[in-house]
Design a protein around this ligand. Structure first.
Ligand code: PRE
Length: 309
């Protein structure tokens, strides 16, 4: 799937550039893709998607059965003995369709069920190598799903059951995919930071000093700006114009809740991705030195499959 982000990872379906002009253009694309300002613009744009998806989900009740394995059996699926919840079923099915049309071969897309990704039906795209090969190893979607179910959903949905199971799950999927993309975009941030301060990061990477890497990449001033901006966006996008008249503004999702979600979960998980990527940044080979390879293997396999198709 072509990457449409502002700081779009550079991709091309044509052979490597032969002429000097084409080489210069490719270099300019690469430096634009790795400009911290451009990458932050993409993070800002993804805030809109995340906040809108949370507002959409908030119109439905908590609907606990959606998240309980087997509570809403899917004919023909649960008969196979699957322990998935309705949400996991939908997420996996959507990844099957999107996976076929190359979504997860893109360097800014990470699947929740990477080990199950299908073969492609479209010819492959050749992506410019912006990130180091270790980017295929990093996938923290399990932690993102846990965070969403345990910390985020209880904050934005009212307790209870309104039987809107399909709608709830659909909105969950939209929110989860946007969160996953935003959080894994941390790898582009990390790469840009690594290229800017290569010596300092390399020293810490050689020592595998994750605490010092976290310290070096943290920019508290930027974080405070993010928190303020998402609070304002949530207040603007989520104001309930149908309420009021009594002088009180009502919100579909409390702006403070969104601000806290960014502060407590979304930015820390982005930093976790940055640290995981940087710890492996100097590994020479694809797949790195790590053995935690289901995600890596499948992303790499899908890419290889693409190349062979
Ligand atoms: O913009 C950056 O420099 C990032 O690393 C991204 C981010 C974020 O998640 O928004 C994470 C860590 C920094 O402390 C600031 C912001």
């Amino acid at each position: 799937m072509p990457v449409v982000a502002t700081a779009a990872p550079v991709h091309s379906s044509s052979p490597p550039a032969a002429s000097d002009a084409a080489a210069a253009e490719a270099e300019a694309d690469l430096s634009s893709a790795l400009s911290l300002a451009n990458i932050r613009q993409t993070l800002i744009r993804l805030e809109d998607t995340i906040i809108f998806s949370l507002i959409e989900r908030a119109q439905f009740a908590r609907n606990e059965p959606v998240y309980e394995a087997g509570a809403i059996p899917v004919p023909g699926f649960h008969a196979t003995g699957s322990r998935y919840s309705l949400l996991e079923y939908l997420l996996r099915e959507i990844e099957q369709v999107h996976g076929r049309i190359r979504r997860y071969t893109s360097p800014d897309e990470y699947a929740f069920f990477p080990e199950d990704l299908p073969a492609l039906v479209l010819p492959p795209i050749t992506y410019e190598q912006v990130l180091a090969p270790c980017s295929t190893v990093v996938n923290i979607n399990t932690a993102i799903l846990d965070m969403y179910l345990q910390d985020l959903l209880p904050e934005i949905s009212v307790p209870g059951d309104d039987h809107n199971y399909g709608s709830s799950a659909m909105n969950d999927v939209t929110a989860l995919q946007a969160l996953s993309k935003r959080i894994h975009y941390g790898m582009f941030v990390a790469e840009a930071k690594f290229r800017k301060q290569t010596e300092q990061y390399s020293e810490l990477i050689r020592r595998q000093d994750s605490a010092a890497i976290l310290d070096l990449l943290t920019d508290r001033a930027v974080e405070l700006k993010v928190i303020e901006r998402v609070r304002l966006k949530a207040a603007t996008f989520g104001v309930d114009l149908s309420s009021g008249g009594d002088g009180c503004t009502s919100y579909r999702v409390q702006p403070e809740v969104v601000a806290q979600l960014y502060e407590k979960w979304i930015m820390p998980l982005t930093k976790e991705v940055e640290v995981q990527y940087l710890l492996r940044r100097l590994d020479a080979e694809s797949g790195g030195s790590s053995s935690d390879g289901a995600a890596a293997a499948s992303k790499a396999q899908q890419r290889q499959h693409s190349a062979a198709a």
